[in-house]
Design a protein around this ligand. Sequence first.
Ligand code: COA
Length: 376
Amino acid sequence: MTHSVVISGTGLWTPEQSITNDELVASFNEYVDRYNRRHAAAIEAGEMDALTHSNSAFIEKASGIKQRFVLDKEGILDPDRLCPTIPERGDDEISVQAEIAVKAARQALDNAGLTADDLDAVLVACSNMQRAYPAMAVEVQAALGMNHGWGYDMNVACSSATFGIQTGVDAIRNGSARRVLMVNPEICSGHLAWEDRDCHFIFGDVSTAVILERAEDATSANQWEVLGTRLQTKFSNNIRNNFGFLNRAAPDGVGARDKLFRQEGRRVFKEVCPMVAEQITSHLGDLEVPVEQVKRMWLHQANLNMNEFIARRVLGREASREEAPVILDDYANTSSAGSIIAFHKHNADLPAGTKGVICSFGAGYSIGSVVVDRVK
Ligand code: COA
């Protein structure tokens, strides 16, 4: 027997510290000035290129981002550092990533009216894991106080949450779990090249969580049935990060630019947007959900212009902010968490019977869509 599965609770943990575009640009420009002064002779002799200032107005126009939340503002804004300072912790302390996962998870459990012992499984789904092993999910399982069950990590970059939802739904449908926590602790400030003008404004930190359970078990006042999930991947080098455990086996490359996030932003925009719109349209079609019935699309939050393009393609007209909510102005790109933040903040107002789509896209390329229907 296949079981109907519902999203019965979500959680969001937002860091206390935030950085506006103006603050970010001021420290970046100070870094540029210092760099250019330090290398003035080589720049003058044509042996090196001078660096160029960044610009708040460009950032907002090109991306829609106005600010971002981060774990450590001071290190990022220090022109001599441009990197968060996150001290190492001992093995007897909870790791930073598990800690923020637990904060979002507890809120999701509260919203679903559950405790950790009700869970059978934990999926930590995000772009970067703090360590190789043990799996972050197993630490989260222990920190929540779960006395049974299993957990594992999965990484599909910006699409990790929708891929995680499908994995959780499949586990519940096939009986390997009754209730699943899917959590997205994204510490994007750790993989961003804050000294690269083309992308220094893109990312922020956050943690989100989703509870999935059998419809027959759910008691939450707010339940969204998962009508269907669809995943798609297509290899591309246009968003890539070569950081990994083999780096030390090739010491020349340690610390090189390719060991952090980098992208061909224009190409990503051009190639991914039509694929996403096509996937949402065909997914709805296959589920026999007319697009007119879709009242909200909680899209991945990377770039406002991308979301407007995708929503316009799907709806055949401009989408309103109610139809395609925007959170990236406050949060920037939080990788896999973006569409879940949008869903968390912007679903309670919709009545039972409303249909919507959660959709993420990013490195891989990877695209995930989850069609949902509010049942309570
Ligand atoms: N400040 C001022 N100017 C800047 C700048 C900055 N921080 N960064 C780039 N520029 C300049 C460039 O030098 C370029 O100048 P030129 O025209 O004289 O060569 C111009 O602005 C346009 O640069 P470009 O990189 O083409 O900008 P864009 O309009 O494509 O916007 C992104 C850049 C990254 C915002 C955009 O491409 C994007 O968001 N793409 C999709 C990315 C995405 O979603 N990735 C998924 C990650 S998960």
